[in-house]
Design a protein around this ligand. Structure first.
Ligand SMILES: Nc1ncnc2c1ncn2[C@@H]1O[C@H](COP(=O)(O)OP(=O)(O)OP(=O)(O)O)[C@@H](O)[C@H]1O
Length: 253
């Protein structure tokens, strides 16, 4: 991991009317690390991720990514630089197969437009890469399925795969384990684990046990402010975190 962080958030703020949703947030994500953002409901996690992704304009503060100030940069330009947020595949094309979704994401990442999609069906190199990605997601046997036939966990894996299509440097994942059974949750954890060292991951997650197993760094947001950030074992023992979020700390055991 490099000394200069891949993502550096400094003094970031967002106010909704009378509510300070994010409050002077400082956050650093190193290249290749798995960084978890945890905190109570309403702490400002989703707001912060939307600010980092560029979907929500910040009131003040800065976001630097890979050496550039991207604070005011449009979402699609951030994505082109390698900062992507995973989005829900259920909102995409119901008539397309799992493999076609990945091929489309790879094509889009390559800069070609949707209008060029039809000839792309015959692009064997593109589909070859899509198959490679599919195998990585553990979905090789679901290649020809429609996305509605996939389980919840498989859909979330496909979403991660689509986010990975452009070979990003940082992927933002919003509760990747939410609503999953044990098996699905383990499969997703292992998919994320496999990204370590290759792609940095900033994830919001409520499953504290999974977070403490998976993350290299844990940051804790309370009332819009980062109250602790560090190695899981240190954050688990941090008295401010225990008081504000983990309670007795038993939940994190
Ligand atoms: N568009 C908005 N307009 C007004 N208030 C908002 C808006 N978005 C979020 N908020 C408020 O900002 C605060 C932070 O919300 P946010 O969704 O970022 O928290 P969170 O940590 O992601 O919560 P959860 O874990 O419940 O998803 C909450 O009080 C929420 O009601």
């Amino acid at each position: 991991m490099t000394h200069v962080p891949l993502l550096q958030v400094t003094g970031l703020n967002k106010r909704f009317g009378g509510l300070q949703a994010t409050d002077r947030v400082d956050l650093q994500v190193a290249a290749g690390e798995i960084h978890a953002l945890i905190g109570p409901n309403g702490a400002g996690k989703t707001t912060l991720v939307a600010q980092i992704a560029g979907q929500l304009a910040s009131d003040s503060g800065t976001v630097h990514f890979d050496g550039s100030d991207i604070t005011r940069m449009a979402t699609h330009l951030r994505a082109r630089r390698g900062l992507v947020r995973s989005f829900q595949v259920t909102r995409l094309f119901k008539s397309m197969t799992v493999l076609e979704h990945l091929a489309l994401a790879l094509q889009a990442a390559g800069g070609r437009t949707f209008s060029a999609w039809r000839p792309v069906r015959a692009d064997t190199a593109l589909f070859g890469r899509a198959e490679g990605l599919l195998a990585r997601l553990g979905l090789a046997d679901k290649s020809g399925w429609g996305i509605e036939q996939l389980s919840h966990g498989e859909q979330r894996a496909l979403e991660v795969g689509m986010a990975l299509a452009g070979s990003p440097k940082l992927v933002l994942l919003d509760e990747p384990l939410a609503g999953m059974g044990l098996q699905e949750s383990e499969a997703m954890s292992s998919l994320i684990d496999g990204l370590r060292g290759e792609v940095a991951v900033l994830l919001i997650e409520h499953d504290v046990d999974a977070v403490f197993r998976l993350a290299d760094t844990v940051s804790v947001l309370v009332n819009g402010h980062v109250v602790a950030s560090g190695r899981p074992e240190d954050v688990r023992r941090d008295s401010a975190v225990v008081d504000a979020y983990l309670g007795t700390g038993q939940e994190a055991q």
